[in-house]
Each structure stands twice: as C-alpha cells, then as structure tokens.
Design a protein around this ligand. Structure first.
Ligand SMILES: C[S@@+](CC[C@H](N)C(=O)[O-])C[C@H]1O[C@@H](n2cnc3c(N)ncnc32)[C@H](O)[C@@H]1O
Length: 397
C-alpha cells in the first residue's frame, strides 16, 4: 500500500498513520511517498516494511557506508547532516514540550562537530572467523573492514585484527582523543599478537596484559585523564570538551562551597570544574572508574575532590550541605529515591547531563516542581545515530 511519511520518531523511523494508528517505517523520510507492507500490528501501533520509494525526499543522501541497513549501528545514514541536526534539535523540543510543557526558546541550538570518524571506542564481535557488528536485531555478524564512525587509528587496528583473526569472540578498542595512544582487549584467539603490539600501547588477551602499560591517557582542555579498559569514557573525541565547557561555565564564578558530581565515571567533570569551587564530592558505582578517577585527581594535582565508590541511591541520603549538583546518569536516568533526595538537598543549581531524552523528560517533570528549567542545550555526540546528548540547567525557585 502507498503512504506519505509525515515526520520522524525518536528513533529516526518514518511515521505515517494507518487504520487510525501510528505506523512506523524504517529508512523513510518526511514528505516521501513509499510503498509498504504491514509486518506487525497491535492495538496501539503498526510496524511496516518499506518495499519501494514512489517519491524520494530532496533531503535524502546517498549512503556512504557499505554496511548501511545491515549493521545495527547507525539509523540516520540516509539523512544529510544539517537535517540530522535539525531533527535532533526538534525532537528535544517535541519531547520536552510533551512531557514538561517547556517553552520553545528554552531549547538552545544544537552543538555539533564532524559527522564521521568521531568515536574513540568500538566493540566488535566475532564468530567462525568473522569479525564485525551484529546485524540489526540479530546475532548474525556483519564482517567489517572499516567503519565511518570510528577514528582512523581504530580503523587501522581493525585491519590488523582482520589479518590475525583466528577465532576472536569480542574485541574492545579504545584510543586517546588525539589518537596517539591505543588500547585493545581481545577475547578469543589470534595468530600473531606481536604484530598488534606494534600498533597499540595496551594489549590485553583473554584478560592477561601483554603490555607493561595498563591504561591510556587523554587530554580534555587543560586536564589529563587516564582510562582503563573497563572504565567509562565519553566516546566523542572532540565534542566532549564543549560538553564539559558548558558544565564548567555553569559552575564558574559562583565560588560554590560544595559541588556534588553524581555518576562521575573516571572523575572527568568534577576534575574539570574543581578549580571553580572549594570542594567536590564525586560518586560512581564502578570500581574501575573510581580507581582511574583517584589517579586522575593526582595526575592533575587536585586535592579538593573526594571519590565514593557506591551506587548513588545508596549514598545520596548521607550527603548534606551542597550548593550545586551535576548529574550524568546512564540511559535509565535518575531513580525515584535519588530525585527525592536531590529535592531535599535543595541545591541552588542542578546541571543534568543526559544521553536519553525520554528519561530526561520524565526526571525534569519531577524536578520542575521545585526547580525552574533555565535552558536545555543539545549536543550531537553521536552523529548518524538517533542518540542525542544534552545539558539541562535547573535553578531553585
Ligand atoms: C554517562 S556515564 C557518566 C560518566 C561521566 N560523567 C563522564 O562524563 O565521563 C554514567 C556513569 O554512571 C555510572 N553508574 C551507573 N549506575 C550507577 C548508579 N546506580 N550509581 C552510581 N553510578 C552509576 C556508570 O558507571 C557510569 O560511569
């Protein structure tokens, strides 16, 4: 059947309406007239398969990626970059209008850099001598020789891995943001690890370190950070500085006595803003992150920061007297106990760094009972995918 696509949903799928229900069509753009076949229908929605295009959008571009449509990594390969950025900015506005009823101008312009080669980390999967990404919604492996998302050093390492792969089950590749250092952890079997050792600073084979170094170091602004294989680190090589600068500017000049940095990872944001306040308390539940975070404080000669390795929800009720709180939770957002204690702690400012708009909107609805939302700034940290990072600044009423 023939339909006209009206708009894109949160995941970048085309939306049309059929049988009085919303109908999702992957790889279709607003304005396009397409032939579809219904694949799934329930009481609330329809999912349809696109059979052919009757009329293509002028915003559609030729997909540069040979794996587009097969590998599950990118959803927006077919949209030009300007439109991808507009789509993300608008979806921030739409979702927050719907859940929190915010004014249009509270959402600032999206910040973005390069569309390609921005990632400093990748995980590949392997089976029967194939190495690559999982096919969309399946365990089938799409072999990869290079990927448009990752930086050039990672692509070089992928080409070496393809030469020495005997039976790699999984590989994690990380580089410093300037690509001068690389770290590789392999589960499985390779024919020649000495070849790989020439191309990376840290090499781990089945949990055993084959290199003397155990971490890589990266610079963001004037701060240096070490990062171990299991630790969290922001994956965008250039835009992370803009993200951290935004948080920094919100702390700067206030001379807050105590700032709380929740879900602190390797301590990066707390360390970034540490010169602008008297004391920082940072919490993260990952042992590896907190070990790196403590070393990062030493590396940057910072002594006004305290790290706690625990779940935020286990510790938040024991914290007292904070002036500002930075939160950067995983996609699940903040749990109810944490939100209720954030409100009890009653800081002047909450800076909410989020990688998931739906849980952000849910949490802002709750927090906005006691806080005014000053602004939300989207950051396109994950070009070609539907994901969107953002910073929201909330001020106590
Ligand atoms: C999005 S990352 C933020 C990291 C950091 N702010 C940065 O910019 O690198 C989320 C972090 O939350 C941590 N985490 C997840 N659930 C947690 C919980 N319940 N309590 C504490 N930390 C948690 C993870 O270990 C991860 O480091």
């Amino acid at each position: 059947m023939e339909v006209k696509i009206e708009k894109l949903d949160n995941y970048g799928r085309g939306i049309t309406y059929l049988n009085n229900k919303i109908c999702f069509v992957s790889n279709a753009l607003p304005g396009e007239i397409v032939l579809i076949e219904i694949e799934k229908e329930n009481r609330k929605y329809i999912e349809a398969k696109l059979l052919s295009y009757k009329n293509k959008s002028s915003n559609r571009i030729i997909e540069e990626c040979p794996y587009s449509g097969f590998c599950g990594g990118c959803q927006l390969n077919h949209i030009n970059y300007d439109d991808e950025n507009k789509f993300k900015e608008e979806k921030v506005r739409d979702i927050l209008k719907k859940f929190v009823n915010i004014d249009f101008d509270i959402v600032k312009s999206i910040v973005y850099h390069e569309r390609n080669h921005y990632r400093n980390k990748v995980i590949l999967h392997g089976k029967n001598g194939k190495l690559g990404y999982y096919k969309n919604k399946s365990n089938e492996i799409i072999p990869i020789t290079e990927c448009l998302l990752v930086n050039k050093r990672i692509n070089k390492i992928i080409s070496i891995l393809n030469q020495i792969n005997v039976n790699i089950e999984e590989v994690i590749i990380k580089t410093s943001n300037d690509q001068s250092q690389a770290m590789v952890s392999i589960s499985g079997e390779v024919s020649d690890d000495s070849l790989l050792l020439q191309y990376c600073d840290v090499l781990i084979l089945n949990g055993r370190y084959l290199s003397s170094k155990k971490y890589i170091e990266t610079k963001i602004g004037d701060k240096k950070y070490q990062e171990s294989i299991q630790s969290f680190f922001q994956i965008n090589t250039t835009l992370t500085k803009d993200l951290y600068d935004e948080v920094f500017n919100q702390i700067k000049g206030n001379r807050y006595q105590t700032v709380l940095d929740l879900y602190c990872g390797t301590g990066t944001i707390g360390i970034y803003v540490s010169g602008e306040c008297d004391k920082i308390i940072s919490i993260d539940c990952s042992f590896s992150n907190i070990e790196d975070a403590k070393n990062n404080a030493v590396l940057n000669k910072i002594d006004n920061i305290e790290f706690i390795c625990d779940k935020v929800e286990n510790r938040i009720d024991k914290i007292k007297g904070v002036n500002a709180i930075i939160v950067d939770p995983p996609r699940a957002g903040l749990d109810k106990k944490t939100i209720s204690y954030l409100k009890k702690l009653n800081p002047q400012k909450i800076i909410y760094v989020s990688c998931d708009l739906i849980t952000l909107a849910r949490d802002l609805k709750d927090l906005s009972e006691a806080y005014n939302i000053r602004y939300i700034k989207p950051f396109n940290m994950f070009p070609r995918t539907y994901h969107c990072e953002s910073i929201t600044v909330l001020e106590r009423r």
